[in-house]
Design a protein around this ligand. Structure first.
Ligand code: ATP
Ligand code: MG
Length: 272
C-alpha cells in the first residue's frame, strides 16, 4: 500500500502533534480516607507530522488509551497529567482540546460503549455535519463502510460488534480533520474490512492530516504507518521507522523492540 499517499515532501512536513515527557497518575482512595497514587504513564514521548501515520504499539495496560485520552482532553477527573502537549507548535490547553475535539481532532475510540445507547446510530454519525447535507453524507459514509443506509435507523444494541466499529469509524470522518486518533480501530473486523479500514486511515493523510494508530496488530499497522512508537509500562521505548521492522529487526535500536518484533507469530515466536 502507498504509505499515506501524501504528496508532501518528507523533509517539508511540519510537526502536528508533539507529546513530551507525558506523565499520568491517578489518586485513589483506599479504605475510605487513605490515599495512594498510581502512575501508569511516566515518560511518554511521541510526535506526529502532517500527513504522517504513527502507530503506537505496546502490551495491554501499557498506557496507549491514556495517551489518546490525554491528547483529546477526556481523562477522568482524578487524573494528574503532566508534561507538554503541543499541537501545531502551540500548547494544547484543555480549552483548546475541547474546541478541537470532534472537529480538527477526531477520535475513533477503542470501545463501542462511546456510542450513545439511546440514539439511533445514523443520528450519531450526523453530529457535527452540516444539517442540510448530513443525511446524504451519513448514507454515503455507511455505504463506504459496508453498512446499509437503512442501518442508520437502528440503535447500538441492534448492531453487531463489527458493525458498531464501522459506525465509530464513520463518526470520525469530518471535513477539515487534521489529526485522527484511532484507538484499536480493527478488532473483530474481518480481513476484507480490515484492509478497507487501513486504506481509509491512509486516506486521511492525503489532505495532510496526521494519524495516531493505536494497535496491538503491528503487522497490519506496518502496512500504512510511517513510524512506530513502542510503549512499555507508560514509557516510550523507541520510535522507529517502519522500515526497521524487517528481518530480525537489525535496524531497531532497543533490545525490547527487537524482542517484540521477533516474538510475533509471523517471526516464529523467536525470543532472544
Ligand atoms: N481511570 C483510571 N484509574 C486508574 N487507573 C487507570 C485508569 N485508566 C487506566 N488506568 C490504568 O492505566 C494503565 C494503562 O491503561 P490504558 O487503558 O491506557 O492501557 P492500554 O495500553 O490502552 O491497554 P489495552 O491495550 O488493553 O487497551 C492500566 O494499568 C490501567 O489499569
Ligand atoms: Mg487501550
Amino acid at each position: 500500500m502507498n504509505k499515506g499517499g501524501s504528496a508532501v515532501n518528507e523533509t517539508d512536513k511540519k510537526t502536528l502533534l508533539q507529546v513530551e515527557n507525558l506523565s499520568i497518575g491517578f489518586t485513589q482512595y483506599v479504605k475510605g480516607t487513605q490515599r495512594r497514587t498510581i502512575q501508569p504513564i511516566s515518560d511518554l514521548n511521541v510526535d506526529i507530522k502532517e500527513g504522517e501515520i504513527v502507530a503506537v504499539v505496546g502490551a495491554s495496560g501499557s498506557g496507549k488509551s491514556l495517551l489518546a485520552h490525554a491528547v483529546l482532553g477526556i481523562l477522568p477527573g482524578n487524573a494528574i497529567c503532566k508534561g507538554t502537549i503541543l499541537y501545531k507548535g502551540r500548547e494544547l490547553t484543555e480549552r483548546k482540546k475541547e474546541q478541537l475535539r470532534g472537529n480538527e481532532i477526531s477520535f475513533i475510540p477503542q470501545s463501542v460503549n462511546y456510542l450513545d445507547p439511546l440514539m439511533r446510530v445514523g443520528k450519531q454519525v450526523q453530529i457535527g455535519l452540516n444539517k442540510k447535507t448530513a443525511q446524504t453524507k451519513q448514507n454515503e459514509l455507511f455505504t463506504r463502510y459496508g453498512l446499509k443506509a437503512s442501518d442508520g435507523r437502528l440503535f447500538p444494541f441492534e448492531l453487531s460488534g463489527g458493525m458498531l466499529r464501522r459506525v465509530l469509524f464513520a463518526t470520525s470522518v469530518r471535513e477539515g480533520v487534521k489529526l485522527v486518533i484511532a484507538d484499536e480501530p480493527t478488532p473483530g473486523i474481518h480481513p476484507e474490512a480490515l484492509s478497507e479500514i487501513l486504506k481509509q486511515l491512509a486516506e486521511f493523510t492525503k489532505d495532510g492530516a496526521g494519524v495516531m494508530l493505536i494497535t496491538h496488530d503491528i503487522i497490519s499497522a506496518l502496512e500504512i504507518a510511517h513510524r512506530v512508537a513502542v510503549i512499555k509500562d507508560g514509557r516510550t521505548m523507541e520510535i522507529a521507522d517502519s522500515k526497521a521492522f524487517q528481518g530480525k529487526g537489525e535496524g531497531l535500536k532497543e533490545a525490547y523492540t527487537r524482542r517484540l518484533w521477533n516474538a510475533l507469530p509471523q517471526n516464529e515466536f523467536a525470543f532472544e
